[in-house]
Design a protein around this ligand. Structure first.
Ligand SMILES: Nc1ncnc2c1ncn2[C@@H]1O[C@H](COP(=O)(O)OP(=O)(O)OP(=O)(O)O)[C@@H](O)[C@H]1O
Length: 203
């Protein structure tokens, strides 16, 4: 599988926030998107998964067969918000996402165990601490399979042990032939990851 960005520009509110972004990422590869606040990292991730149209250039995804015909279908997007309903339990949220997204991968109980949240699946999501919320959102990546993980500051709010656990989960995803694009200010503990340094519209 291959995710390709060609001469991409992204706009917010009619202003160009980045331009000329190109890369090609294959199965088992990770790309760290770095740069100062406002450089356009989140905007780039949203363009890659089709939540925003590119102002210029194009995104393509190949080798995904019928299940993953394009990048929008192939991507899991973990944004700043955790995409969970506060009043539903953690388990209910994960079960909803599994039904909604299809391509079931891990059972929600198993996914919670993988992020160290077993035992609190019955709690409303809104009761969880900041780091626990992030871990539950990471469990969403595990309940339905998507080959491409687009991660926006994925370790924000995580303690050291959870950061390490998440690095292991990302490692397994890459070993299984997945792809990862992560916007981050911190090293994520992925050996061999490439870097895309963004500097914003002045490029
Ligand atoms: N909906 C919007 N309307 C107008 N401008 C926006 C909108 N969303 C973002 N922007 C602007 O686009 C620019 C890029 O924002 P973006 O969130 O992509 O940056 P970032 O590199 O992810 O920053 P950070 O490191 O702070 O997360 C910023 O200047 C931001 O103010």
């Amino acid at each position: 599988m291959r995710l390709i960005a060609e001469e991409l520009s992204g706009e917010r509110g009619g202003e160009t926030v980045f331009s000329g972004v190109s890369f090609a990422l294959g199965s088992g590869e990770a790309l760290m998107v770095t740069g100062p606040n406002g450089a356009g990292k989140s905007t780039l991730l949203r363009v890659l998964c089709g939540l925003l149209p590119p102002a210029e250039g194009q995104v393509s995804f190949s080798g995904g067969g019928e299940d993953w015909p394009d990048s929008a279908a192939a991507c899991h997007y973990l944004g700043h918000r955790n995409a969970m309903k506060a009043a539903l339990s953690v388990m209910e949220n994960l079960a909803f996402w599994q039904r909604f997204l299809g391509n079931p991968h891990l059972d929600p109980h198993e996914a919670l165990e993988m992020v160290g949240l077993d035992g609190i699946g019955h709690l409303p999501f809104g009761y969880l601490s900041t780091g626990q919320r992030r871990r539950a959102a990471i469990a969403r990546l595990l309940v339905s399979y998507r080959p491409v993980w687009l991660l926006d500051e994925p370790t924000s709010g995580l303690d050291r042990a959870s950061e390490k656990q998440f690095a292991e989960l990302m490692g397994v995803h890459l070993e299984d032939g997945g792809l990862i694009v992560a916007a981050t200010h911190l090293p994520l503990g992925l050996n061999g990851a490439r870097e895309l340094a963004m500097r914003g519209a002045e490029l």
